[in-house]
Design a protein around this ligand. Structure first.
Ligand code: PLP
Length: 353
């Protein structure tokens, strides 16, 4: 079976070999304060910075999940106000989790076909605080561009910008310099086994954490950074996942090349979908359609039949999410998908859509 589920998604085919290598090197039996672990942490961060083009002065911290990042941001970086721009289930969840910790959080919902335009939104009169954007909305297959995020940065230079890139980081080129906090979990675009998140923090956000001075939790950002600055973690981390991340990154191409490959794949599916009367993208605006989570809409009956036929052909299509559970299917367009698996999918869709 080849899975196109957008998370947990199909892991890299090389994972078994890398797990074996990890076992042979002994790193997965080592203490997370050991020299060997610190070396692994450091080289993994350096590789991440190089492959994904993360600025060198941004911290990279390993956490348990993207969900944990919602909590970390609410605890350690929001002093009072936060603004959540969302058009789908994950962005909304982020807003709702934040509100439990920071009751002044404000949610702003926009349409799935809408290009988010900060110029049209007035945040004045409220101290702008932290602006929260879900870059790639996994539930409906939409995305926010680097340029849109950058427009927020120019309009609100005193605010922090936090970005959920859980299902796009490592797949598309993100301009990390246009925001202060970025995070993802490894079971999506990174093509790794579930159980770890990556949190990326700018010096400006670290300065904000210092000003707020929140240090009441095991996952307070200040405490995490204190450990990260020694190439250690604030808790016993998923050492195996860190090792697998390092191995997959050392064999990966630079992010711009990967982005091009995924964009080409999306393009070929776009041509196919546009040529079919019974199917359309959930997001009809190609300016904001996600590159990495392709969401296709059809009648409930056709979606059901297609998913069944796919299974018979060795293909697992992702279910729709939330309100779109039955009327859409989703395809993870992630880098771990091999050329032959993608061909299998395309041939299947060509003959069944
Ligand atoms: C999957 C997902 C999350 C949650 O990730 P976990 O690793 O399960 O915590 C958050 N945001 C988005 C956009 C996601 O796709």
């Amino acid at each position: 079976m080849v899975s196109f589920y957008p998370g947990p998604s199909q892991v890299y085919k090389e994972i078994p070999a890398y797990v074996n290598k990890a076992w042979e090197t002994g790193i997965i039996s080592e203490n997370h304060r050991s020299k060997n672990f610190m070396k692994l942490y450091k080289s993994t961060v350096r590789l991440l910075q190089k492959r994904l083009e993360i600025p060198e002065d941004y911290s990279v911290i390993f956490v348990s999940s993207a969900t944990e990042c919602w909590e970390i941001i609410a605890q350690s970086l929001i002093s009072k106000n936060s603004f959540h721009f969302y058009n789908g289930a994950f962005g909304e969840k982020w807003y709702k989790y934040t509100r439990k910790i920071q009751p002044l959080a404000i949610g702003y919902r926009f349409g799935e076909d809408v290009v988010l335009q900060p110029r049209n939104i007035d945040l004045s009169g409220t101290e702008a605080g932290v602006i929260c954007i879900t870059q790639n909305e996994t539930s409906n297959g939409t995305q926010v561009s680097n340029e849109q995020i950058s427009a927020f940065q120019s309009l609100y230079p005193d605010s922090l910008i936090a970005v959920d890139a859980t299902s796009s980081m490592a797949g598309i080129h993100l301009d990390f310099s246009v925001a202060d906090v970025w995070y993802a979990s490894v079971q999506k675009c990174f093509g790794l086994p579930a159980g770890m998140g990556v949190l990326i923090v700018s010096p400006k956000a670290m300065a904000q954490a210092l000003r707020i001075g929140e240090n009441d939790h095991y996952n307070s950002l200040l405490f995490m950074q204190e450990n990260a600055s020694k190439w250690q973690t604030h808790y016993t981390p998923n050492i195996l996942d860190i090792y697998l991340l390092k191995e997959t990154l050392s064999n990966a191409k630079g992010i711009r090349k990967t982005n091009k490959r995924l964009a080409k794949r999306l393009q070929s599916l776009t041509t196919l979908i546009y040529g079919r009367d019974d199917w359309e993208f959930l997001c009809t605006n190609d300016q904001v359609r996600s590159t990495t989570v392709i969401t296709v809409k059809g009648s409930v009956k056709k979606v059901k039949n297609l998913k069944e036929a796919a299974r018979k052909n060795g293909i697992i299509l992702g279910n729709g999410y939330g309100p779109y559970a039955d009327s859409t299917f989703r395809i993870a367009n992630f880098p771990a998908t091999t050329r032959s698996d993608w061909k299998l999918l395309k041939d299947f869709l060509k003959s069944h859509l």
